[in-house]
Write a protein that binds this ligand. Sequence first.
Ligand code: PEP
Ligand code: MN
Length: 341
Amino acid sequence: MIIVMKREATGEMIQHAAEKVEKLGLKAHVIQGTERTVIAAIGDKREEMRESFETVAGVSKVVPILAPYKVASREVKPEPTLVKAGSLEVGNGKCGVIAGPCSVESEDQIVETAKAVKAAGATALRGGAFKPRTSPYSFQGLKEEGLKMLATAREETGLAVVTEVVASEDVQLVAKYADVLQIGARNMQNYRLLEEVGRVDRAVLLKRGPSATIDELLLAAEYILNEGNSRVMLCERGIRTFESHTRFTLPLATVTYLHQKTHLPVVIDPSHGTGHAALVPDMCVAAVAIGADGIIVEVHPEPDEAMSDGYQSLDLPTFAETMKRCRAVANAVGIQCGADV
Ligand code: PEP
Ligand code: MN
């Protein structure tokens, strides 16, 4: 249920209503909108709720949340959420640009890439230190050593660090170095991991599983939100279809659809979404044109030498050129894309 507070409700009234929700054995999420505050009461006690809240001071009305996902729903918060993490801003007219290699390979590689993507207008650095690889024989990442290199790159450039965490037991370690915890496509439905990142003070980039529906993605986000972490970004990174010319199929309509259903920002990953460097620039531009809240792009100083996903990584000049096109389109549609350079 959503308890919609009156515009003039005081902080005390809001707190009192939230406490009353908790007393009923429900979870209270207080969501401050620009217009008014609502309390999402999560649990299954509809009728008692309506009766016991209609007369509480400061309450305007009590309405059911119809969507299966609750805190993520636009019914609860009609205005878009802006997620901030260090230099990265994603949502509400700000299109964040996260760029960097698939994997952190060496300090030189990550620092060189960080400097180049920053100069081109990126607002965050990506790079995997814990890699979820299809084969156990493929490079698995530099782990904590890689996290330290990412922290060095942040010191040198000021760029926020986005990096993947693959297991619940690594969350504290990765959170020590990262500004944004990435939950990879393969882990979208690892519910214990989602709960764990829901309990740390780090923004989360949640990638869609290649065979997950949009509702399943939103319910996965709900696991994180329900633990109290409100800084969640959704990421469309392509789904598996019968088409084999691209690595995955990148459905850009996900952005528009999600904007109608959720207040959470939506990031597009054209690198995994296409699997071919030659297709990535146009998909970045298209994502910006339709109002995506962010793009996450694999960029490598020497894609041919990359230890993972080189075939879908842009080289540094191509990324810079792509950013120019993205900025031009962003200007045309009235949003901001990346940093001004
Ligand atoms: C990645 O970002 O390098 C990655 C492994 O992505 P995904 O989980 O979308 O496959
Ligand atoms: Mn990759």
